[in-house]
Design a binder for this molecule. Sequence first.
Ligand SMILES: Cc1cc2nc3c(=O)[nH]c(=O)nc-3n(C[C@H](O)[C@H](O)[C@H](O)COP(=O)(O)OP(=O)(O)OC[C@H]3O[C@@H](n4cnc5c(N)ncnc54)[C@H](O)[C@@H]3O)c2cc1C
Length: 387
Amino acid sequence: MRTDIVVIGGGAIGAAVAYYVKLADPAVGVTVVERDPTYELASTPRASGGIRRLFALPENIELSKYSIDFFETFPDTMAVDGVPAEVGFKKNGYLFIVPPSDRDVLRRNFDTQRRRGCNVVWLEPDALKQKFPSMNVEDLGAAVHSPDDGWLDPHSVLMGFRNKAKSLGAQFVADEVVGLVREGNSVTAAVLKSSKRIEAIHFVNAAGAWAKDVCAMLDIEVPIEPLRRFEHYFESQEPIEPLPYLKDPQRLAFRPEGRGYSGGVPTLAEPRGYNFAVDRDYFENAVWPILAHRFPQFERTRCLRTLPGLYDQNDFDGNVIIGPGADGLGNFHLLSGFSGHGLMHAPGCGRAMAELLLTGSFQTIDLTRFGWQRLVDRTPIREQGII
Ligand SMILES: Cc1cc2nc3c(=O)[nH]c(=O)nc-3n(C[C@H](O)[C@H](O)[C@H](O)COP(=O)(O)OP(=O)(O)OC[C@H]3O[C@@H](n4cnc5c(N)ncnc54)[C@H](O)[C@@H]3O)c2cc1C
C-alpha cells in the first residue's frame, strides 16, 4: 500500500493532524494507523479536559489562543452531514493561585499573557476571597483568573477530529505499527502487525505515551516517558460556590463535574512506565489533605472513582517535541511529549504539523524552538511557574 502521509497513533493529536492535512489539501493521502479504535488505554479519553491560556512561553500561549477559539466553534466546524460535533465546552474559567513566594513569577506570566491579548484578571487575596468565599486564602499571595478558559469532553474532541478527518478522506486503519524501514536519511515504510506495509513520503509519530517505542523501532532514544497520573471523582458534603478549573500551588488541579468534582495531584516523582494500576490510597494520602486545606467543605469528602492514565511526559523540559530531525531523519516527524497539555493544544499542533508536512515550515505559529534541535543543543525550554 502507498500513501503520502502515515500518522502513527489516532488519538486527539493524530486525528487532528489528519484533519488539518486533508482540510489544507484534499489531494494528499493520509493514513492514520491506530492499534485500538476503542481507545481503551489512550490518554485522550482519560484526560481531565482542561483548556487554558495560562502559560508563560509565547508558543504555548499562542497554541492555546488558537486552540480554545477553535474549540468554541468546534461543534459547527467539525459537523459531519449536518450533525454538530458537540464537545461540551464549559467556559467557566481557570484560576492559578500561588503562595507569596511565587507572586513575582505569577506577575511576570500575567504580564506576558496580557501582552499577548489574553483575558486575564489579577486577584489579590482579599479580592480572591470575595470572589470565592469558601476558599482558604490565608497562605496565598495572589491569583490569576482567566474567565474565557474552562474544560470540555476529551473523548468528544477525539471523535470530532476523527470523524471529520474521515469525512474529508483520511483513512483510519485498525492495526499496529511494529517496524519502520529506514533508507539513508528517510523512513520509507511502516510495517504493520498484520504484516502489511505502507510506503509513504512522511511519517508522523503521534503515539503519545508510546512515542518512545515507535522511536525505538529506528533506534532513536527520546526523553518522552509514560507517567501515570490519576483523575479522581469526588463530592463535597457541603455546598461550595461555582468554581473555575483550579490550580493549587501543591499541584492539585480540579474542576466541577456533575454533582461533584474531577481532578488530581500529578507528581513527577511517579516511576515512569506503562502502569495502569489504581492506588486506592492515593486520594486520601496525596489529594485529600490539599483539598481540605484549601476548602474546609472537603473535610468529609469521599472519592467515588479513580481513573489512571498516562502523560506523554517529556522529561527533558516538559514541552512537546514537534517536527523532523531525530537522528538526521528528514521525513520522520515527532509530535509528542505534551506532558499534560496535549488535549488543549491538539488543534494548534495539528495545524502546525500539517503546515510542516505540506510546506516544510511553520506558517502561523512559529514552533521552531519546540523542534528536535533543542535536544541536540541541550537547551531545554521550560515553563516558569506553570504545572
Ligand atoms: C489523567 C490525565 C489528565 C489529563 N488532563 C489534561 C487536561 O486537562 N488538558 C490537556 O490538555 N491534557 C490533559 N492530559 C494530557 C492529554 O490527555 C494528552 O496530552 C493527549 O491526550 C495526548 O494525545 P495523543 O493523541 O498524543 O495520545 P493518545 O490519546 O494516547 O493517542 C495515542 C494513540 O497511539 C496509539 N498507538 C501507540 N502506539 C501505536 C503503534 N505502534 N501503532 C498504532 N497505534 C499506536 C495508541 O493506541 C493511542 O490511541 C491529561 C492526561 C491524563 C492521563
